[in-house]
Each structure stands twice: as C-alpha cells, then as structure tokens.
Design a protein around this ligand. Structure first.
Ligand code: SAH
Ligand code: DHB
Ligand code: MG
Length: 219
C-alpha cells in the first residue's frame, strides 16, 4: 500500500459520502485564501465526528483547536436543537475566519469560539456543566495537559476524542527529537493506563499520510 493508493481511496470515499457540501467547501476555500495550514480533519473524519456527536446524544461539546472551524461545524451538526459547542483557539485571526464559516453554516447560535491559549481558557469552563464530548486537536505538546482537563470537565460517559496520535508512525520512536512526538507518546500512555478511562486508538491512512485517532470514555 502506498500514499497514492491512500489518496485515491480518500477521494473515492469523500466523493461517495461527503460530496456537494457547499458549507464545508467554502470553509476549505476560506482556509486557503487566508493562508492557513491545510490541517483540518478530512471530510470522512468530519462526518465521523458528526456521527459521534449524534450517537452520544451530546448536548455540550468542547473542542480544543478550531483552525477554520471545519471540525467545529461537523461536530455542531450532530448536536440536538438545544445543544451547544465551545471551541478554543489561540490565534485570533483563525478564530475570525472560523466565526465567518460557522455563520455561513447557520450555527452561530450554537457555537462559541474563545480566543487564547487553551491552557488559559480551560479553567473557566470548570464553572459550567460538564461536557458530553470533547475533541482534542490543538498543539500536540499539550495533549497530556488537555487530557487531564478533559477528565476534569467530564461526567461518567463523556467521550474524549484526540486527533493525530500516530503521526506517520513517528510515535513509535521513544527517542524522538520532536517534543510534540514525545508528548503524544506520553498522551497515548496516559490515556491507555488511566483507570478513570476506557480507551483505544485507531490508525487512519488517508491523503495526509498515516495518523491516528484516540477514543476514551470516562467511567
Ligand atoms: N480542529 C481543526 C484543526 C485544528 S489545527 C479542524 O479539524 O478543522 C490546530 C489548531 O490549534 C490551530 O488552529 C492552532 O492555532 C490551534 N492552537 C495551537 N496551539 C494552541 C493553544 N495553545 N491553545 C489553543 N489553540 C491552539
Ligand atoms: C497538524 C495538526 C493537526 O491537528 C493535524 O490534524 C495535522 C497536522 C500539525 O500541527 O502539523
Ligand atoms: Mg488534527
């Protein structure tokens, strides 16, 4: 299996399952126009996030790492009519782009984007009711801290999802010179061994190479 085959299969599945979505298409255009990195979840992964939100009957969703709001829109689409999503983003310019995309998706009443380092904006959320689903997708070096915060902001049954936990298999290297990889390895060990969680991770091949997504349910 090679990268060309992963590209072709992604194109095939995207066309089959997520074709003709003007809101998501416009979101990806806005990202390119603003010169933002092309690191949104893929269309089929986005649909998977919608499905996870829907099957978990989530009413409160937390996202850490908004970018242009692609995953934000996908998560929010799975919410029931009284649902709410809070997304945390460091870059104020990215948050502005994301807000315009959320508006285009007619989800402005549902989605709130808070600007700042997540480690600084997470504590205020402890005063709110717990979240039903939490999607971790910001700076990889902070994943261990985001896991701890996620458990703190959860209730029994909360689903925690974390993107990018395989990174082309680089997480196999315990001596990586990249701090992001070392902290992702630590995150994987923490999520796997935490007695408060029932967890797993799946590797995902696609147009962006080989990566993985971790899942944990709070006991
Ligand atoms: N979830 C998005 C992609 C997020 S990319 C999607 O799939 O559509 C990662 C995002 O995390 C970037 O927008 C980056 O600016 C943001 N980020 C990086 N460090 C952060 C921090 N310390 N706190 C909050 N957001 C951060
Ligand atoms: C990067 C971040 C992501 O969230 C992602 O899905 C892919 C790549 C990155 O920072 O390189
Ligand atoms: Mg990601």
């Amino acid at each position: 299996m090679d990268q060309q085959r992963f590209d072709d299969v992604d194109r095939y599945l995207d066309a089959l399952f997520v074709a003709d979505d003007p809101v998501l298409d416009a979101t990806l255009r806005s990202l390119a126009d603003a010169g933002m990195p092309s690191i949104s979840v893929s269309p089929t992964q986005g649909r998977f996030l919608t499905i996870l939100t829907r099957v978990s009957r989530a009413r409160r969703v937390l996202e850490i790492g908004t970018l242009a709001g692609y995953s934000t829109i996908c998560l929010a689409r799975g919410l029931s009519s009284d649902g709410r999503l809070v997304s945390l983003e460091y870059d104020a310019r990215y948050a502005d782009v994301a807000r315009a995309n959320v508006e285009r998706a007619r989800l402005s009443d549902v989605v709130e984007i808070r600007v700042g380092r997540a480690i600084d904006t997470l504590p205020a959320l402890a005063d709110e009711p717990p979240f039903d689903l939490i999607f971790i997708d910001a700076d990889k070096a902070s994943y261990p801290e985001y896991l701890e915060w996620s458990v703190r902001l959860s209730r029994p049954g909360t689903l925690i999802v974390a993107d990018n936990v395989v990174r082309d298999g680089e997480v196999l290297n315990p001596d990586s010179s990249d701090e992001n990889i070392r902290e992702l390895r630590r995150f994987n060990e923490l999520v796997a061994s935490d007695e408060r969680l029932e967890a797993t991770a799946l590797q995902v091949a696609g147009a962006k190479g080989l990566d993985g997504i971790a899942f944990a349910v709070v006991r």
